[in-house]
Ligand binder design. Sequence first.
Ligand SMILES: [Mn+2]
Length: 509
Amino acid sequence: DMCNYPPLLLAISDAEWDDLLEEFEEKSYLNAHRWKPGQDPYSLYAFNQRESERIPSNRALRDTRHYRCTTLHYDPDLPSTTIVITFHNEARSTLLRTVRSVLNRTPVHLIHEIILVDDFSDDPNDCLLLTKLPKVKCLRNKRREGLIRSRVRGADAAGAGILTFLDSHCEVNKDWLPPLLQRVKESKKIFIDRSDFLPSISAAGFDWSLHFKWEQLSAEKRAKRADPAEPIKTPIIAGGLFVIDRSWFNRLGKYDTAMDIWGGENFEISFRVWMCGGSLEIIPCSRVGHVFRKKHPYIFPEGNANTYIKNTRRTAEVWMDEFKLFYYSARPAARGKSYGDIHGRQELRKSLKCKSFKWYLDNVYPELKVPDDSDAKSGVIRQRQNCLESRIVKGQDLPVLTLAPCSITKDVPAAIQEWIYTHGQQIRQQQHCLSVSTTFPASQILLVPCNISDGKQRWQKSGTHLEHLASRFCVDSEMALDGVESSKMLVISPCEQSAHTQRWEMPFS
Ligand SMILES: [Mn+2]
């Protein structure tokens, strides 16, 4: 194995500590892969390499915290933490700055160790040479594993009870760690810090395509904040930087290690933490700078988009219940992509007795609106001269579905014949949706109050046919055509390509 453990460090003086840091031959470490005049400084790392090399690893930083933070006191006996930093072909200057800023700006006794997980970088010395710095260990993967499996490897090797994950292109600021350890000590949940590049009060969010974004805190939430140093509950973490109790991390199922390279894992761990009894917070008094890049400087063996889709699709399938439909609707390319076996993660969710995604939306992220259908397709569902129609019947609460001659004036259908195909795969008119009484053949198609979590309300166009997803049967007009006026009902029956009573023209795709 290529692990290289430095000698155990016991109570050392500040002077000895400074000596240890001084002994590291920074110049020769950096010189090995330095930017050369004439090269595009962005080509290797997607950030300005020349500029990064110009900035000393131990430069002075402005204290960017709110002044309230400087008045806070933390327990003198905070637990120590293992800091896990994973990387693949990181620039030496930024990797070194990440590690040195930690060593320079963290009370020595709070760092149990810094574990670097080198995810099969081209040069093993990027990692190995750094073990000459105090407390730094290096684990090198024998092949490319990706961020997720690398982090789990680092976490499994950790000696401390608290895990701190950092990206490999960060720079921590004054007192970044104590407020995080304090919160984890108080309650065994999960917490993240925030980056210097953000506006003063920010929150994290996402859309239905599972695209992460930073957001402003809502006016309502801002007004509720009495103290700017107070933690901010967040529905999602950006993923790169966070602190978590190690036994809680393990009990929760670490990460989904079937995910590759990068992306989506922050959704998976965020949903899991909230739905399975924990919480996520942003700690405004902890400041860590992070270099955001516009693109990934490394290769995804399966392609960037495919990997992101595989990872987010696993998340949607395991955690989002019926709301995964909105993910597929926002990311149609995901529908046919393979995503591997999720059985183990579904079992995990069951054994942890986690809450539903509906609960998460209602309680954790009410700002994420279930898509309205203003942009959904609508029109008539027609068979020859007849159209599906809803009809109010005296003495009945709900309208009934029937077949009637199409009534279209100047291209505008009658309201009772116009249907919307929703993002949730429902066929809707007003607040009523097509459903069935049972999933047996010849079961009547009913109009009932729309309910996104009711699987019996989902339909899909399949060529000229309209398929009921739960039963795999098709909308059939045979009984409506035969029936007398009082019993013109629509039913589902086994799909038959040639059955003309199952052929429909519809505006959906
Ligand atoms: Mn990053």
